[in-house]
Design a protein around this ligand. Structure first.
Ligand code: ADP
Ligand code: MG
Length: 405
């Protein structure tokens, strides 16, 4: 699929802009702070119904304005749809598809993109929460409806932890009858949603692995072996899993096997893990079992990338993970390639990595790249270039002010 047109009204630093996009490599060029990332942020919003930069919608609305509209035209095969989002201060956002009002969540079914950004380095170098977010965002791109399960799960963890914290504050380690009954309810929901997330993450990693081996090889051209491994608090399959056992190669990295474990087994193990850690949970006043405490280990040649790999290797692994995911989505898609978005990524790479990355994504239906200067992107490609300055399209000039789709 590809984006053919984008209209921004009071989005970030854009008062009014209409941008036409073609097939193949698209380049947004402009000095820092002009509004390049703001454009790709708008496009990416239709994939996940969230910004990759901020958790709330407030900052997306142009300062001083109370009504923001983003319209995007998407071509999938021969079918073209018009997607629209409208933000009004103090009210829930609204959405339209081809002029018909829909639930905003519906939009994500009509557009798929995968974003590469300098922040992706944190997937391999950052804290466990960043890796969990990578998995969960990937799952939502793959299965848009799963966003509801993730939201429900987060809510249960919050409520259950509040109950445990209360119990600790009131009378150490004990709950009244009604609160105990409440804890049972939360346990049941935690187990239900938590094992759904575990199963979906296992399936993702199992499916991703062959793509990761390929994409890492394509980007780096050596025989390093990338590995992924989940340490799950709610699983008894890998008890006591730590980075050290990963180093020793003792862990079960066979995700084909792990992803075939039944829901019943997952639930049984999860319930047992909860039981085992109950008193610790009371001690600490928090939920210690579940996907919000699980960790994804990323390894190279039987060593964890974090703490061992060089800066260049870490970058290659981060890009390889994103590329692997894009290729997986592409193969699973019934609506064409996902749109690949590369925000300021080329500037981070040396010449050889730039060429390798571009070669690896060059046959995607559309790639959208931002750069501060043209020299940052390989010049062996024809780029359809749009120049951005101060929240305006300055070239090509025909991308004028008319905002109709
Ligand atoms: N809600 C907003 N209203 C007005 N201006 C904004 C808003 N959010 C960000 N900006 C401005 O947008 C600019 C940054 O745009 P960005 O797309 O990140 O730049 P770059 O071209 O470097 O990617 C900054 O000047 C910032 O002040
Ligand atoms: Mg930027």
């Amino acid at each position: 699929m590809r984006v053919t047109k984008l209209v921004l009204r009071n989005w970030r630093n854009y008062q009014e802009a209409t941008i036409s996009l073609g097939a193949g490599p698209q380049l947004f060029l402009g000095r820092n702070g002009q509004g390049k990332t703001n454009i790709i942020e708008a496009i990416g919003y239709f994939n996940s119904l969230s910004s990759h930069r901020v958790a709330s919608d407030g900052p997306l609305m142009r300062v001083g304005d109370t009504n923001t509209v983003v319209r995007m035209r998407v071509l999938s095969g021969t079918r073209e749809v018009s997607l629209e989002l409208e933000f009004n201060q103090g009210r829930p956002k609204r959405a339209q598809i081809n002029g018909n009002r829909v639930q905003p969540r519906e939009l994500t079914r009509w557009f798929t993109s995968v974003l590469f950004a300098p922040e992706d380095l944190a997937i391999v170098k950052g804290d466990p929460a960043t890796r969990r977010a990578f998995l969960d965002e990937a799952i939502v791109t793959r299965v848009p409806a799963f966003a509801a399960t993730l939201r429900d799960y987060a809510q249960v963890v919050k409520q259950r932890s509040a109950l445990l914290k209360n119990a600790r504050a009131n009378s150490y380690g004990s709950l009244s009858g009604s609160n105990l009954a409440m804890l049972d309810v939360w346990d049941e929901q935690l187990t239900d949603f938590g094992t759904r997330i575990m199963a979906e993450r296992r399936r993702l990693i199992s499916d991703l692995m062959p793509y990761l081996r390929d994409s890492y090889q394509n980007l780096v051209n050596n025989d390093h072996r990338p590995e992924l491994m989940l340490a799950e608090t709610g699983s008894l399959l890998q008890p006591g899993f730590t980075p050290e056992t990963f180093v020793a190669g003792e862990s079960d990295t066979n995700f084909d096997h792990l992803s075939n474990v039944s829901r019943e087994t997952l639930m049984k193990d999860f319930t047992e893990a909860l039981k085992q850690r109950r008193s610790e949970e009371f001690d600490r006043g928090m939920t210690l079992v579940g996907s919000h405490r699980d960790e994804l280990f990323i390894g190279l040649n039987s060593l964890p990338v974090k703490g061992y790999a060089s800066h260049g290797e870490s970058w290659s692994m981060a890009l390889a993970l994103k590329l692997a995911f894009a290729n997986l989505v592409r193969d699973e898609s019934t609506t064409g390639d996902p749109v690949l978005i590369l925000d300021d990524v080329f500037a981070e790479l040396d010449g050889e990595r730039r060429s390798r990355l571009l070669a690896a994504v060059g046959d995607y239906e559309q790639i959208i790249v931002t750069a501060a200067v043209a020299a940052d992107v390989p010049n062996n490609q024809h780029w359809n270039t749009t120049e951005i300055s101060h929240g305006r399209v300055v070239s090509p000039e025909n991308s004028g002010e008319e905002g109709e789709l």
